[in-house]
Design a protein around this ligand. Structure first.
Ligand code: LLP
Length: 451
């Protein structure tokens, strides 16, 4: 698919890097014209490690994890934060999640294997997915995961059977689709009625299936779960979802005589991709959800449950950036200016998939104004292969190091080897030191699976 036609009237904003506001990792600074993150010169790092390169500001990651935990605990004592690892996962981030006292959401056998590999406490693992295979279920139950979020009747029967075979009682949640239309891109909306996820509320479907869960052997219904979507700015959607969930809890208590002890309201808090984006703060998200649960529990007369949320993007997106080297410049008069980088849709599919927006800067010209409108295209054999479409950038030269902000979520985890591109390394930076936490893929890695 081709790119949408360039808006030739768009004017550069002439901002310098430090004027990009909330998209910057917390430790971003400019010294002698170079962008530094975690006290590390991004230009030197790119030259040393090669590009494309994912870089994470560890202080920023830890700050957000702490903020989430503290903002929720301050308002709601019996609460926990679950990191949704699909946003970004490698062993090091899981170690940090463990260290910061968060729980972990895994949505597939590979994510569980990563958690196991670093000794993440299994009782703090929550297993998601709308079609967990019987093998994955057996692995999860056998590993002793804390909760499995049941997505269908068929899966309930499978879990019950496997737990029986393994001689354990598995704690489960049921995933409810509360019918709340969150204000976000339709591809990442999940709470509405036509969804492959969970049990919807129509014709008492969810309510009736709860009865099955209560009757099923070898499982214990520990709680209810919902997740209404991702990159959500308007917090009222979370309040609406909380109301539907608490109302359902009240009905279960009234009609089945069973008190639901835990309520997981999912993830979805939006982040700033553009300098002028105004997402809600973590504290406001905590305030909205905690207040809503307390209000509705009082209104419907149910005991306060343990409250959980499972953010992904808002923990990691703004902590991460991608570095590229400029390889080709091509100006098509009256059409657009292309700046080609040594990556693209293989390391960031979000632009092609969702028309995602990002703020770029040139790391070796970080103090200069972004005076041109350009499209940062990738190196892949596809016209729609772009990382940034029609955004301001400093005047680019060959060999410049481009930094794209806000790429910490759903980029490395959605990366591919299209055109035989080895996937980038992941480097964590902190206090002036850089450490490789995932090495760059090699051609040998690419060939290793072929027989
Ligand atoms: N819980 C469940 C059950 C989820 O499915 C997700 C995300 C989350 C939590 C975390 O949501 P977050 O806080 O990150 O919004 N690839 C898309 C996003 C897909 C989200 C999938 N589920 C993107 O790049 O925007």
């Amino acid at each position: 698919m081709a790119l949408p036609a360039s808006d030739l009237t768009k004017q550069p904003d002439n901002r310098t890097t430090m004027e990009l506001g909330a998209v910057l990792p917390r430790t971003a600074e400019v010294r002698d014209g170079h962008l530094y993150i975690g006290g590390v010169d991004m230009v030197a790092l790119a030259r040393e490690q090669g590009t494309a390169l994912y870089v994470y500001d560890e202080a920023d990651l830890r700050w957000r994890m702490e903020a989430y935990r503290n903002e929720f605990r301050a308002r709601y004592e019996n609460s926990d934060v679950i990191y949704a690892s699909k946003a970004f996962m490698n062993k090091e981030v899981v170690r940090i999640v463990a260290d910061e006292g968060l729980c972990l959401d895994v949505s597939g056998g590979g994510e569980l294997a990563c958690a196991q590999a670093v000794g993440f406490p299994m009782e703090r693992v929550f297993v998601h997915g709308n079609n967990k295979t019987p093998v994955e279920l057996r692995e999860a139950i056998g590993a002793g995961v804390g909760r499995i979020v049941v997505d269908s009747r068929i899966e309930l029967a499978r879990i019950s059977q496997i737990a029986g075979e393994l001689g354990v009682v598995q704690d489960i949640y049921m995933r409810i689709t509360p019918g709340v239309e969150a204000d976000t891109h339709e591809y990442i909306r999940t709470g509405c009625e036509d969804s492959k996820f969970g049990f919807n509320m129509r014709d008492d479907w969810a309510f009736n299936c709860v009865k099955d869960a209560l009757a099923a052997p070898n499982v214990r219904l520990a709680g209810l779960h919902c997740h209404i979507g991702s990159q959500i700015f308007a917090l009222h959607s979370f309040r609406e979802a909380a109301q539907v969930m608490v109302e359902l809890m009240a009905r279960i208590r009234r009609e089945y005589g069973c008190t639901i002890d835990e309520l997981d309201l999912g993830g979805g808090l939006g982040i700033a991709y553009l300098a002028d984006d105004k997402p809600s703060a973590i504290a406001d998200f905590a305030e909205t959800t905690c207040t809503a649960v307390k209000d509705f529990c009082a209104e419907y007369d149910v005991p306060l449950p343990r409250l959980l949320v499972e953010p992904g993007r808002s923990l990691v997106a703004n902590a991460g950036v991608t570095l590229y080297t400029v390889g080709i410049l091509k100006t098509l008069p009256g059409i657009r200016k292309y700046v080609a980088v040594d990556g693209g849709m293989s390391d960031n599919i979000r632009t092609a998939l969702y028309h995602a927006d990002y703020e770029p800067t040139i790391a070796n010209k970080a103090d200069q104004p972004r005076c041109e409108i350009v499209t940062l295209c990738g190196k892949h054999c596809e016209s729609g292969d772009a990382v940034v479409v029609d955004m301001p950038l400093q005047k680019a030269d060959l060999g410049d190091i481009v930094c794209v902000f806000g790429t910490g979520a759903y980029c490395s985890t959605m990366a591919s080897n299209y055109n035989g591109q080895p996937r980038p390394a992941v480097v964590f930076v902190r206090d002036g030191a850089a450490r490789v936490t995932t090495r760059r893929e090699t051609y040998d890695d690419l060939l290793a699976r072929d027989l």
